[in-house]
Design a protein around this ligand. Structure first.
Ligand code: UDP
Length: 501
């Protein structure tokens, strides 16, 4: 064991072996209120056939779930894709007449250290390098037992409980014992499992196994040891009415880019957007631009929006743009991600951002004004989302040059906006883009191929537009919340019916 681990070990062991009835050890669960959102919103974006199917889903769900509560349990109410997904799907489910409730379990630092380690292992990484042994098991089980005791008092036989991610797997057995239908959902996975991933499976398997169904985002992520007949594939989805994706006309896009300082201020009109709950919002904060280089007004723009993470390969993207695009087109490149303070406590993120800034300074003087590094304010999530929305809509081509990716929400977001996307052929990106039809998939390490794909779209606007149209259609068919809700109702029907359907 590494130096420094001993103190933690002793405390954690002491905590883990205390009598389980000691309430002082139990971190209270938190109930997250979700206001309903009108399901009729979907009628504007669905085809007639999809609309009929959605209405059928809603009434089937309402009937099936009458008198039951559908509990979603995870470990954070804010931040991250899972919380965003839950908030939106639960809002529509509640409007559809389902008693859907969201509970967040807490835990002490030791618990989250263990679950972070599991999370990293599931992604195939060493994480902090620590083990997943008996001590970690004791810490994990103790925290889960506390949460399970609290939930068991609320859950009734026949309820549905959706447990999300490794943090909540340890609640499965206790809630099943209450007579609930327990489903476990993993939001992470990797294309080719390695020893770390198998290590995490081995740790979690005994907790997950008693669940009635196991949900994964793509087939490749399903764990080998689980009963394949109980594995259900449900990919993520986007909310077309959230500030991130809601329709913005060209003047609204321009106004948001101007107000946030990305475009020179023309004060064209107030920079407003709609909050998730339909109330008005306004852009009040500024984007930090490295070297103060704002966006050009009338030049094609290639954009990547992502966290400052080496797996998003921002440096590779700069290289492929400089060597493969810049000389044959007048396009600019924008890399947009969270502001510096948001990555201050993320040493890896800060390192990647600094490497990008250094690379920018080392560019040839004529190249610097064509490459933009934008740090978006994160203080208000919905304001940040509105900026992302405007950036994606302003872009000519959107890139996601990931070296690894769970799903890649940014891809679906850009496709929904009718943008041609060039992306690494990794993880869930491959389920979203039909190569050559609704976007371009490129071998993730091939900088030259990325350059060619970006340039090809920039030089052939008709093809780019055609691909953008198919991209939007593909998201309409496969990646909206309406599809997601239907798959959930189908699954609930199966577990309630004892898998007879
Ligand atoms: N995102 C954002 N602001 C940023 C950078 C990213 O809102 O400055 C959003 C992005 O629009 C997407 C999510 O964060 O909705 C990232 O999800 P994705 O699946 O693409 O990647 P992850 O960050 O989960 O690896």
């Amino acid at each position: 064991m590494r130096a420094g681990g001993a103190a933690t070990t002793v405390t954690a062991m002491a905590r883990a072996t205390k009598p389980r009835t000691r309430q002082a050890d139990v971190v209270p669960i938190e109930h997250v209120h979700v206001a309903p959102l009108a399901i009729e919103r979907f009628f504007d974006v669905l085809s007639a056939e999809q609309k009929a199917e959605f209405e059928e889903t809603i009434s089937r769900g309402r009937e099936l779930l009458a008198g039951r509560v559908v509990w979603s349990v995870n470990s954070t109410a804010k931040g991250g894709g899972v919380a965003e997904l839950l908030r939106s799907l639960m809002a529509y489910a509640r409007a559809g007449g389902v008693d859907a409730r969201w509970v967040v379990i807490g835990g002490e630092a030791d618990f989250f250290r263990v679950t972070k380690r599991i999370h990293n292992h599931l992604h195939g990484w060493a994480g902090d390098g620590g083990p997943l042994g008996e001590l970690e098991r004791a810490i994990y089980e103790s925290a889960c037992a506390g949460a399970a005791r609290q939930l068991a008092e609320l859950v009734k036989p026949g309820d549905i409980v959706l447990l999300h991610d490794p943090q909540t797997a340890g609640l499965t057995a206790a809630l099943k014992q209450r007579g609930a239908h327990v489903i476990w959902r993993a939001h992470v996975g990797l294309d080719l499992p390695n020893d770390y991933a198998r290590d995490a499976w081995a740790f979690l398997q005994r907790y997950v196994e008693p669940a009635e169904a196991y949900v994964f985002s793509r087939q490749a992520y399903a764990w080998e040891p689980l009963d394949p007949d109980r594995v259900i594939i449900i990919p993520p989805s986007i909310d077309p009415f959230s500030p991130k994706n809601e329709e913005l006309d060209a003047p609204a896009v321009r106004a948001i880019l101007e107000a946030s300082g990305m475009l020179a201020d023309g004060a064209s009109r107030p920079a407003v957007y709609l909050h998730q709950d339909g109330t008005p919002g306004r852009i009040d904060r500024h984007v930090e631009l490295v070297g103060n280089v704002g966006l050009p007004d009338d030049t094609p723009l290639v954009t990547q929006v992502s966290r400052w993470d080496r797996l998003k390969d921002p440096l590779g993207l700069i290289e492929s743009f400089v060597t493969g695009v810049a000389h044959d087109s007048d396009a600019h490149l924008l890399l947009a991600g969270p502001e510096t303070s948001a990555v201050a406590d993320d040493p890896e993120g800060a390192g990647v951002l600094n490497a990008c800034i250094e690379r920018w300074h080392s560019l040839a003087p004529e190249m610097r004004p064509r490459i933009h590094l934008a740090l978006l304010p994160m203080a208000d999530t919905e304001e940040n989302a509105a900026m992302v929305n405007a950036i994606q809509r302003w872009s000519t081509v959107v890139v996601q040059k990931s070296l690894a990716e769970g799903f890649g929400l940014t891809v679906a977001e850009a496709m929904w906006k009718g943008k041609p996307v060039v992306a690494g052929a990794v993880g869930g990106i491959q389920d979203q883009i039909v190569n050559g039809e609704s976007g371009l998939l490129v071998p993730p390490e091939d900088l030259r191929a990325f350059g060619e794909a970006m340039l090809g779209l920039l030089l052939d606007p008709e093809r780019a537009e055609q691909i953008g149209r198919s991209a939007q259609e593909r998201v309409r068919q496969e990646f909206l919340g309406s599809r997601h809700l239907r798959q959930y109702v189908d699954l609930f029907e199966r577990v309630i019916g004892g898998w007879s359907t």
